[in-house]
Design a protein around this ligand. Structure first.
Ligand code: ATP
Ligand code: MG
Length: 432
């Protein structure tokens, strides 16, 4: 999800404040002078002592030690020194801190030595004895470069900070949005069982209100309806438990399985009392030989119920909805499945295509889905129903549950003929 313009502006403003509100402390560079002769060392000290923090070394090892302890910006190195030569010191200094700027002082060196120094990224060389203004200019320029590099580095760090703050903001927003979607999904999914419960409570009330004393037949009736209510209450609890687990990022239990025919019977019972059934007809065809399907039962009921309710709601006039199960003993030929004018596929690439596969179809004889609408049906909050009739979450929930179950979905639709949603899920032997 893209962050909102507001949040981006806020984050950008915060970082601009950060960049502007922290005035850079007055920068005073650190200069290292390395010469084994006392005379030039002392004159360099006099020249630079007021401008920079000075460090003095009379030989290479001392210079390296100082570089390890201090944050040196520029070094002035005599090339010809007893012991370690200036070139060696330069090499070691660059190793300690590659950004150090080095100015070499040469006396009678060959061009080869000077070339070598430049190869080791010395920035300048000055003849000895040096003249003060040349030396000042060379050190001044080197310091300026270090200062600029430092600023670039700090700004790069600030930009990096800005980027990571924006990223954090994005993640936060993503989490908030996911939470919002999940809360909406809980309400959407619980609404189904709640409607059934409230319908049965009304029926029970009417029955109880009619009779002055309860006959055995009444008791049976009440018991039966209470059983259905209890099951639906269980369903509500299970739905919220699963969604809340999702919110808390608890891993879902590994591959639970459920009997297909048992589940289709439950579904039939639910549909029979579902308010969206109205005058429509429906049929549920179970499997000839039952198998289990590797998915949580509540999830599968949610998938099939969402598809069935959509099928009932697709046309105002009474029409027929067929729900059936089938076991496939050969893997699907995935090449055959293509998105098109009349077809929409979901998670074909994520399908666990090992047999047995269980195929569930929910087909209606409604108006079909227009080609311009078909690509949008799985988007969250997309609905063609009135504002009080649809939230547009049903198919988005179906999509998520199918992906979680390593299944796939195929929607085939034809204008004026109807729509069939086919769900493929990995199956297994009963009792596994
Ligand atoms: N069987 C169908 N026949 C025709 N159109 C369908 C069918 N199933 C889904 N659609 C189209 O897909 C859209 C999205 O369906 P989805 O289930 O996501 O949301 P909804 O049914 O509109 O709202 P909700 O599920 O929240 O009640 C529907 O509004 C409808 O236009
Ligand atoms: Mg729906």
């Amino acid at each position: 999800m893209a962050p909102t313009t507001d949040s981006l502006t806020e984050a950008a403003a915060a970082v601009t404040d950060l960049v502007e509100a922290t005035p850079a402390p007055k920068w005073r560079g650190t200069l290292l002078i390395v010469d084994d002769e006392d005379g030039p060392r002392q004159s360099l000290r006099v020249i630079f002592k007021d401008e920079y923090d000075l460090l003095m070394a009379e030989d290479g090892p001392t210079a390296i030690e100082l570089a390890q302890k201090h944050d040196i910006d520029v070094a002035v190195l005599d090339i010809r020194m007893a012991g370690m030569s200036g070139i060696e010191v330069l090499e070691r200094l660059k190793y300690v801190k590659p950004e150090i700027e080095a100015i070499m002082m040469t006396a009678f060196e060959t061009t080869d030595t000077i070339r070598q120094a430049l190869r080791l990224r010395a920035c300048d060389y000055i003849n000895k004895p040096f003249d003060i203004s040349t030396m000042r200019a060379a050190v001044g320029q080197a310091m300026q470069r270090r200062k600029l590099e430092g600023e670039i580095h700090t700004n790069a760090e600030k930009v990096q900070q800005l980027l990571s703050e924006l990223q954090e903001q994005r993640v936060e927003e993503q989490i908030a949005k996911t939470r919002g979607d999940i809360y909406a999904s809980i309400i959407h999914d619980i609404n189904g069982p709640l409607t059934v419960i409230s319908g049965f409570v009304q029926v029970l009330n009417q029955r109880l209100g009619r009779s002055t004393r309860l006959e055995l037949e009444d008791l049976e009736f009440i018991k039966d309806r209470l059983r259905i209510i209890a099951r639906q209450v269980g369903n509500c609890i299970e739905i919220s438990r699963r969604y809340l687990g999702f919110l808390r990022r608890q891993p879902t239990e590994s591959a639970p399985s459920v009997s297909v025919n048992h589940l289709l019977r439950d579904l039939e019972q639910l549909i029979r009392v579902h308010p969206s059934l109205l005058e429509n007809e429906f049929g549920v065809t179970p499997l000839a030989g039952d198998v289990a399907v590797k998915i949580n039962g509540t999830d599968l009921i949610q998938i099939l119920l969402n598809l069935t309710v959509n099928a009932f709601q697709c046309a105002p006039l009474p029409h027929r909805v067929e729900i059936s199960g089938e076991v496939l003993r050969t893997p699907l030929d995935l090449q055959k499945f293509k998105d098109g004018q009349n077809d929409r596929l979901l998670n074909i690439e994520g399908l666990d295509n090992t047999v047995p596969l269980v195929k569930f179809s929910v087909g209606d004889t409604g108006p079909g889905i227009p080609p311009e609408v078909l690509p949008k049906i799985f988007q969250p909050y997309f609905t063609t129903k009135g504002p009080r009739q649809g939230t547009g979450l049903g198919l988005n929930i179906v999509q998520r549950l199918i992906k979680e179950g390593n299944g796939a979905l195929h929607c085939h639709t034809r204008t004026n003929e109807g729509t069939t949603f086919t769900v493929y899920l990995p199956g297994t032997a009963l009792g596994k």
